[in-house]
Design a protein around this ligand. Structure first.
Ligand code: MG
Ligand code: MG
Length: 257
């Protein structure tokens, strides 16, 4: 899974390098697709079933778009924020992660939203080392976002990941009594989850657009999304979609083995 995660990390470096005023979201998607092909990885998002199959290898969601935006001719401009979510499989194992980037200079409030969202993802990873149950992590995530004056999206959650991109358990970024009672899970070695907080500047509510995929905030205010694939090991949580370390290379399952 680390090898798949490294390729996802590499794809995000390609995407990040293309985020600038004047770029289209379709350009970014095409570059990520080429990167996956070049590294022998299978994109996970293209063809995901829905009313229409998802048509691209990345979900690219701009400003008030929360998740599941479809890349295309939209041109990025200064002050936009662009959430890029992508995943691939390599050697039969999956990786999935997301980042939200500012395009040029953004307002201080928008930068605070980005910092809060990446911050709550890091908080979750840190807490996975010291808490035993997900409900305790999720409660602290929700409190962190609330304390920043923003709202956690509740319509979408993280997920288990392994041979498939979406596996049990569901991994919410908030905690309800019903979750604690019926769906909570232990953070034990061997568990791998995609943790993916989505944070809105205004209302937590979202609505689907007419393209059947894009989810937008109901009030038109901006949203941010950060995600990592995280394994619990005997030595604690390990971010499988983190940058290469200790001589690791981004490559095919064969060349990296
Ligand atoms: Mg994702
Ligand atoms: Mg995911």
């Amino acid at each position: 899974m680390r090898r798949a995660g490294l390729v996802v990390w590499g794809a995000h470096q390609v995407a990040r390098g293309l985020v600038r005023p004047g770029a289209t979201t379709g350009d970014i998607d095409a570059a990520v697709e080429a990167f996956f092909v070049e590294h022998g990885a299978i994109p996970l998002f293209k063809g995901v079933p829905g009313k229409v199959p998802f048509p691209a290898v990345c979900c690219i969601s701009v400003n008030d778009e929360v998740v599941h935006g479809i890349p295309g001719p939209r041109v990025l401009g200064v002050g936009d924020v662009v959430s890029i979510d992508t995943g691939c499989s390599l050697g039969g194992w999956c990786g999935d992660s997301a980042f939200t980037h500012p395009v040029g200079e953004v307002t201080a409030d928008v930068q605070r939203l980005l910092d809060c969202t990446s911050g709550v993802l890091q908080l979750a990873i840190d807490l996975m080392a010291v808490r035993n149950r997900w409900s305790d992590v999720a409660s602290e995530m929700a409190k962190y976002v609330r304390d920043h004056g923003f709202s956690v999206v509740e319509n979408f959650v993280g997920h288990g990941i392994g041979r498939s991109m979406h596996e049990d358990p569901q991994v919410p970024n908030f905690c309800t009594p019903a979750f604690r009672r019926n769906h909570d899970f232990e953070l034990e070695p061997g568990l791998v989850i995609a943790v993916e907080p989505m944070v809105n500047m205004g209302s937590k509510k979202v609505r689907a657009l007419a393209d059947h995929w894009t989810q937008s905030t109901i009030d038109g205010r901006p949203s941010a999304h950060f995600e990592h694939t995280v394994a619990i090991t005997d030595a604690g949580p390990v971010v499988l979609t983190a940058p290469p370390a200790n001589g690791e290379v981004v490559g095919t399952a064969e060349s990296a083995a």
